[in-house]
Design a protein around this ligand. Structure first.
Ligand SMILES: [Zn+2]
Length: 135
């Protein structure tokens, strides 16, 4: 009886199964982490633009968040947020919205303690269990 070099069939299948299980766990986690990083980067970019706008105009921010993208001085465009499994990709702005809509939340209302602030308008949680609107 001769044995071929390399994996015998059961060993090969076991290894293949282990690799498949690893990929089934690792790939979604990697994709979630990548999307989380993109969303938080987008938030940081918009906050930075908002901060420059506020400093330049000596206000708490524009009336509309999309004003940051007018003329391209502060932003070329509002970045798109994507919260997989909960919302379609969106760069829509929901002023003072308490609804969970995805996209951006922004308040320009003078009586609002959040006036001039921007947030991710989603109460769902990311992979680490933190609500998107808490960043
Ligand atoms: Zn949500």
């Amino acid at each position: 009886m001769s044995r071929r070099a390399g994996f015998a069939n059961p060993e090969y299948l076991l290894t293949l199964t282990a690799v498949a299980i690893f990929l089934a766990i690792a790939v979604p986690r990697f994709l979630q982490a990548r999307q989380r990083a993109r969303n938080l980067h987008a938030l940081a970019v918009v906050r930075e633009a908002l901060s420059r706008y506020a400093a330049d105009t000596k206000t708490k921010g524009p009336v509309e968040l999309s004003d940051l993208a007018k003329g391209g001085k502060y932003l070329k465009a509002l970045p798109e947020l994507e919260i997989p499994g909960h919302h379609e990709p969106s760069s829509e702005v929901h002023p003072m919205s308490s609804e969970d809509t995805g996209g951006w939340g922004y308040s320009a209302w003078p009586g609002d303690p959040r006036q001039g602030q921007v947030w991710i308008n989603c109460t769902h949680t990311d992979a680490s269990g933190r609500a998107w609107n808490s960043f």
